[in-house]
Design a protein. Structure first.
Length: 214
């Protein structure tokens, strides 16, 4: 039996090791590498060339959605399953738009995890069943012309958002724009408020979806 070679990108070591142990209970799955952030997997992807990537959405240095985009640019045939705590249609649709082959929640049971890896390796798209309704809801929303309009951002806020979407930390953004970290924090607070988002990953999703970043 040929093994399905899997790479895991997850910033929490205990979760990464737990996923590895669960997957390797299966005779046909082998975890060949694990990485703590999006940049690490992007930097090493072409060397390890896994059959399937299991990747967290919310990671430091480079978030999972940006890492997904870069991996698909390097290898359009790459099979990537996004792993997340967010049962949110925005994340799901953006992941699919960027080329994800699967989308599952972190609280899914082990059978969902294993099934997703096998299905994606077999060339199928795997969306955790509980998320299917989100796709239907979003389709209806778009069909009815109720897409969220782009909010008003200042030119500086757009600059900060672009850098934030690349996975840069506040200190790095401050250095890049020659402003203080406190000013960066203020800009980010304003961005969250204007976009109606709660965290950096949601802001990055919005920026990609509305083509503020490419």
């Amino acid at each position: 039996m040929c093994s399905i070679n899997v790479v895991i990108a997850e910033d929490h070591c205990m979760i990464r090791e737990g996923l590895k142990q669960l997957l390797e209970l299966e005779p046909d799955i082998r975890v060949i590498a694990g990485y703590p952030d999006g940049k690490a997997i992007v930097d090493n992807f072409m060397q390890v060339k896994p059959d399937v990537v299991l990747m967290d959405v919310n990671m430091p240095v480079l978030n999972g959605l940006e890492a997904l985009a870069r991996i698909k640019k390097m290898d359009p045939s790459a099979k990537v399953i996004m792993l997340t705590i967010h049962q949110d249609r925005e994340y799901l649709l953006k992941a699919l738009e960027l080329g994800a082959s699967g989308y599952i929640l972190k609280d899914a049971d082990s059978r969902v995890l294993v099934d997703s890896v096998r299905n994606v390796n077999g060339g199928q798209t795997y969306i955790q069943p509980c998320m299917a309704n989100e796709l239907v809801t979003e389709y209806k929303r778009i069909k009815n012309g109720k897409s969220t309009p782009r909010k008003s951002l200042t030119s500086r806020e757009i600059e900060v958002l672009k850098l934030l979407s690349k996975g840069m930390l506040n200190k790095e953004i401050a250095k890049e724009l020659f402003i203080s970290e406190k000013t960066v924090k203020n800009h980010i607070s304003n961005i969250f408020r204007k976009l109606g988002v709660q965290d950096r990953t949601q802001a990055a999703v919005y920026a990609i979806k509305h083509k503020i970043v490419e």
